[in-house]
Design a protein around this ligand. Structure first.
Ligand code: CUO
Length: 752
């Protein structure tokens, strides 16, 4: 039975190769009924079924009555698929329902084998992932990351040409990683390129894709969509992205995000994604600088919408905020209350099928993505598909994503600004005094250290029609040194208490070097961690490791095949694991900083856990990245508004952050120091390379690595002949260790 379930994962392997081809390590083939073969293969079905003979593990597929697949099959096999396009959402919703409705795993395998041969691979993969995450009998399956299945959405297409070459020329086991270039989408003369490392980060884009996978917009089964505080989480997760991106901009001498609020004005920033869709065999279209969105009329996507419609929805939204009530489909008014108003507005804005009135409030956020993503071909006259803004796996690459979401966030902020300010009764925790917060780590007191790091990801599942074996790609990303928070708490209540510790970070200066006001700074507060803490009577020193952040997931979960999954498939512990793919990538926890040291303020607060707690059973739950992702099938584990206490303006008299402080809060001026060097990702839990007998150094500068990675990937086979080659071979040996250690990784909960 467990095997049957695991066979479902084979559908993620080489997604555009038919499922009667060999799949997975065991070279499995699905033995599909004759009438499941598409017409073009039917005359050959016998030959195809026996093609691999004893060299294959055969998986019998039983014939089942086929459901009506007409709607999902309307999307051509080789087209792009977008969750932001309503027609695509409907198609996907229907397919999710079909997958969810299968009586058992065997029937699910049957329908998948039929669909895999016919349905658009992107849509098939998305719908199967949603179904596996939500079906009770498929919980605990190790769903591969999207970057493994469809690496073309994340990487320079040159990587695939080289991957094919490597797969054909070099046998598995001695294949060296292919380097994914960094900063390849624009020249340094484009100022926005300074933050490309954030926008194009593999982990960040995977996070965003995974978030939308965990929180799908559409499905007939409302339970799949209607998760606890889903609308509020939509608001908060994207608000945090904006806060984080703004901090990165400040670190790179860029100004705040310029909101995209006038739909009639040109979008100043262009974006040339340099991605190819392997399924559509097309380059992702660019958007030229100065493009303007235009009325859409694309029958092929069933999209017909004018810009005035966007403006109407926006105005109705603002009206709802103004009146603190929304119009329901029957014409009555529903008051927004302080506890749930933001959730109602979030669902309305997104909008998902649980929007209270989709007819009236429309589809503002999704259609913003759609208008922008079709600005190059609004009437389909050039037969072009959408740009990167049209896909949750790629949208965050484009500077305009942040402009659009910054505007969305502003609208939410108008609502938040109308809520009652927090009084002492909600901010303070009588009896609990926080005397200080500080940071300890290798970089020195109250200093965060950042640098570049290179890691590898295995693309083998996603590179179709090549010899089998690992295809490793090496990419460069930001990383920080591990550190700990130290918080001194005095519990003067005379008895044991439990607190919720909330830790945030924000820039202290604006883009002009002027100190930020409280109102500006609160909107830039980045949540770093939130945890429950027992406090004994008297003095407590609370130490918390950065790797335990409630915001992030570890590298292994972001990038790899979730090798660190606990327990057996189907066990209670494993059941939650797939959800755990959602979380901010740990390597992006801390903004980049600057080489001279970027000033930030660290904020810590302890609130009364008795007032925060949500009574629920968390046994076996994956809850280590709950801040941005919630907990699967559970309520959001904190009763307070998301972003508390910075989700709304403060009362009069609070001009700067120090005015806001209560005795249960503390701040610390800190520095983020960036070192412009690259290190290789080493064994889990360690930031250092293994030392090799040839006397290699523990770490290498960007220059060292550059010199080496410019060599061909088969470089390791060249003889030693002194100079750089000696060092290269040291480094390459180390790299192999790194790859080995990643490939054979034992389970680890460390987020590094
Ligand atoms: Cu995540 Cu607009 O919702 O991108």
């Amino acid at each position: 039975m467990a095997d049957d379930k695991k066979n479902l994962l084979l559908f993620f392997d080489r997604p555009t190769e038919p499922c009667f081809m060999q799949k997975g390590e065991e070279k499995s083939t699905f033995q599909i009924p004759d009438n499941f073969y598409p017409d073009k293969y039917k005359p050959l079905s016998n030959t195809l079924a026996n093609r691999f003979g004893a060299d294959s593990k055969s998986i019998p597929v039983s014939e089942i009555p086929l459901p009506n697949l007409q709607l999902p099959m309307e999307l051509p096999y080789n087209d792009q698929f977008s969750l932001f396009v309503e027609k695509h959402r409907k198609m996907a919703g229907r397919l999710i329902d079909i997958f969810m409705g299968m009586r058992n795993v065997q029937d699910l395998i049957s329908i998948c084998s039929y669909c895999q041969l016919r349905i658009n691979p992107y849509m098939f993969n998305y719908c199967l992932s949603v179904a596996l995450l939500h079906r009770p009998d498929t919980k605990g399956l190790d769903i591969p990351t999207f970057a493994e299945t469809f690496p073309d959405k994340f990487m320079d297409p040159k990587v695939f040409r080289r991957a094919r070459e490597v797969s054909n020329v070099v046998t598995t086991g001695v294949r060296m990683p292919i380097t994914i270039p960094q900063n390849y989408t624009a020249a340094d003369s484009e100022p926005e390129q300074r933050v490309a490392y954030f926008r194009e980060d593999l982990g960040i884009n995977l996070h965003h894709w995974h978030w939308h996978l965990v929180y799908p917009f559409d499905a007939a089964d409302r339970a799949v969509v209607n998760k606890d505080r889903r609308g509020e989480l939509f608001y908060y997760m994207h608000q945090q992205i904006i806060a984080r991106y703004t901090a990165e901009r400040f670190c790179n001498n860029l100004g705040r995000i310029n909101r995209y609020r006038n739909f009639r004005e040109p979008i100043e920033e262009g974006y040339f994604p340099k991605l190819d869709s392997q399924v559509a065999s097309r380059a992702w279209p660019p958007r030229f600088s100065g493009s303007t969105i235009r009325d859409l009329d694309r029958p092929v996507d069933q999209i017909r919408s004018d810009i005035t419609e966007l403006e109407t929805w926006r105005d109705r939204f603002l009206q709802a905020i103004e009146s603190n009530s929304i119009v329901l489909p029957n014409g009555s008014q529903m008051q927004l209350d302080e506890a749930t108003g933001i959730d109602v507005l979030g669902n309305l804005m997104e909008s998902s099928v649980i929007s209270r009135n989709r007819v009236y409030y429309g589809d503002l956020h999704n259609m913003g993505h759609v208008f922008i993503s079709f600005s190059h071909d609004p009437d389909h006259r050039n037969l072009e598909s959408f740009g990167v803004m049209g896909d949750s796996a790629t949208a965050m690459r484009d500077p305009v994503f942040y402009r659009w979401h910054s505007y969305i966030d502003d609208i939410f902020n108008i609502y938040k600004s109308k809520l009652p300010v927090y009084g002492d009764d909600r901010l303070d925790f009588p009896g609990i005094r926080v005397s200080s917060v500080s940071v300890e780590g290798g970089a020195g007191a109250n200093t965060f250290a950042t640098q570049w790091e290179q890691s590898t990801v295995d693309l083998s599942r996603g590179v179709d029609f090549t010899p089998r074996g690992s295809v490793l790609a090496r990419f460069t990303h930001l990383q920080h040194d591990a550190f700990s928070y130290v918080i001194e708490v005095n519990n003067t209540s005379g008895r044991a208490a439990t607190g919720t510790v909330r830790i945030f970070m924000a820039p202290t200066l604006d883009e002009n070097g002027s100190p930020l006001s409280f109102e500006d700074q609160r909107r830039l507060m980045i949540e770093l961690d939130k945890f429950t803490q027992p406090l004994s009577a008297g003095n407590n020193t609370v130490r918390r490791r950065s790797v335990d952040s409630s915001v992030t997931i570890p590298y292994e979960r972001t990038f790899r095949g979730q090798g660190a999954r606990p327990g057996d498939p189907g066990s209670a512990a494993a059941a939650e694991f797939d959800f755990c793919g959602c979380g901010w990538p740990h390597h992006m926890l801390i903004p980049k900083g600057t080489t001279t040291g970027y000033p930030v303020v660290l904020f810590a607060m302890v609130t009364n856990w008795d007032e925060d707690k949500v009574e629920q059973d968390l046994v076996g739950a994956c809850n280590d990245a709950a801040s941005y992702c919630g907990i699967r099938n559970r309520r959001y584990p904190d009763k307070r508004p998301m972003g508390f206490p910075f989700d709304r303006p403060a009362g009069p008299g609070v001009a700067i952050l120090s005015d806001f402080l209560k005795p249960n809060m503390a701040i610390r001026e800190c520095t983020i120091r960036f070192t412009d060097a690259t290190r290789l990702r080493a064994q889990q839990g360690s930031n250092k390379m293994r030392t090799k007998p040839c006397g290699c150094r523990d770490e290498y500068t960007a220059k060292d690595i550059d010199a080496i990675i410019r060599k061909p990937y088969y470089y390791q086979k060249l003889p030693n002949n002194g100079g750089i080659i000696d060092r290269s071979n040291c480094l390459l040996s180390n790299l192999e260790n790194v790859i080995d250690s990643n490939d054979n990784s034992a389970s680890s909960n460390g987020k590094s």
